[in-house]
Design a protein around this ligand. Structure first.
Ligand SMILES: [Zn+2]
Length: 287
């Protein structure tokens, strides 16, 4: 009899030791949600180069095979699981989702499997080659400005980016699909609150001082994360939540709508913009 609940491990941070060095016998995919839009562009053709290939490098969000193919993924907590054997692994189909989901499964040579469920706009999948396959950090810069790199996220580069995007809102110029950086929207809303800038201000209305303030606040926050003076939650291999729920990521989110601004007490509001809700304080951040 097949067990109803597979004896799986939730992995979001450390899968290196479980899969590196193993050979991918099969790489399958199937529909998870029957959505209106196909967010994840996957096909037999895309999975074929992984089959029969050894995993030379892997971690919580990517797998690289000996022939130089990279599968990189961004997913929700708990949707990446490692199964030690061929356990029952049901796939839930739903018809209500707007965006379609996909379940990927790497079948490994020792009988274990890695299953990844991708669903929703915030999840992502990228399959391509890397050259050479063993480079330390295989990812191309996805964003025009790399905030973790002080040689790249300079004030000059930042100002140049903004001057080319004068007609967009400051929030869109910084984050979201066409933004300069991979800072989270909630953190960007926090930076704009610190900087006293309304999230829908057009870039070409910002003064030099305001641009400088946003830049300085961004650099300070990024530094605090890099030096581990701030940290956020993650789920370890045993499914245990670790870290802290930092206010930079949570203050300007739906949970605090209509709650008082920590600086002035005004109820926090939101405006729609860039396909999402932007939370802000109407007093600290006048339009
Ligand atoms: Zn306020």
């Amino acid at each position: 009899m097949m067990p109803a609940i597979p004896n799986s491990l939730f992995i979001t941070k450390q899968m290196k030791e479980y899969i590196e060095g193993k050979v991918i016998i099969d790489f399958t995919f199937s529909d998870l949600d029957k959505g209106k839009y196909n967010v994840f562009n996957i096909s037999e053709e895309k999975t074929a180069p992984f089959k029969g290939r050894k995993i030379v490098k892997a971690d919580s969000n990517f797998i690289i095979t000996e022939n130089g193919w990279l599968c990189e993924f961004g997913y929700s907590d708990g949707t990446l699981r490692y199964f030690e054997s061929n356990e029952y692994c049901d796939i839930n189909h739903t018809n209500s989702a707007i965006s379609g989901g996909v379940a990927l499964q790497f079948v490994l040579n020792d009988g274990s499997r890695l299953r990844l469920d991708l669903s929703g706009w915030s999840n992502r999948l990228d399959i391509r080659t890397v050259d050479p396959p063993d480079i330390a950090y295989p990812f191309r810069n996805k964003f025009p400005l790399e905030v973790n790199d002080k040689n790249d996220f300079t004030f000059e580069n930042y100002k140049r980016w903004l001057s080319d995007h004068g007609k967009t809102t400051i929030l869109e110029a910084m984050v979201l699909a066409k933004g300069a950086t991979d800072i989270r929207t909630s953190m960007m809303n926090y930076i704009l609150w610190q900087s006293k800038i309304h999230p829908k201000r057009k870039v070409n209305t910002l003064t030099d001082d305001e641009i400088r303030t946003i830049y300085d606040n961004t650099v300070t926050l990024v530094d605090e994360y890099i030096t581990e003076n701030r940290s956020c939650f993650y789920t370890d291999i045993f499914g245990i939540r670790k870290g802290e729920d930092d206010e930079t990521l949570t203050l300007f989110t739906s949970r605090n709508l209509n709650k008082p601004c920590p600086k002035c007490g005004t109820s926090l509001e939101y405006v729609s913009g860039g396909g999402t809700k932007l939370y802000f304080c109407p007093t600290c951040q006048p339009k």
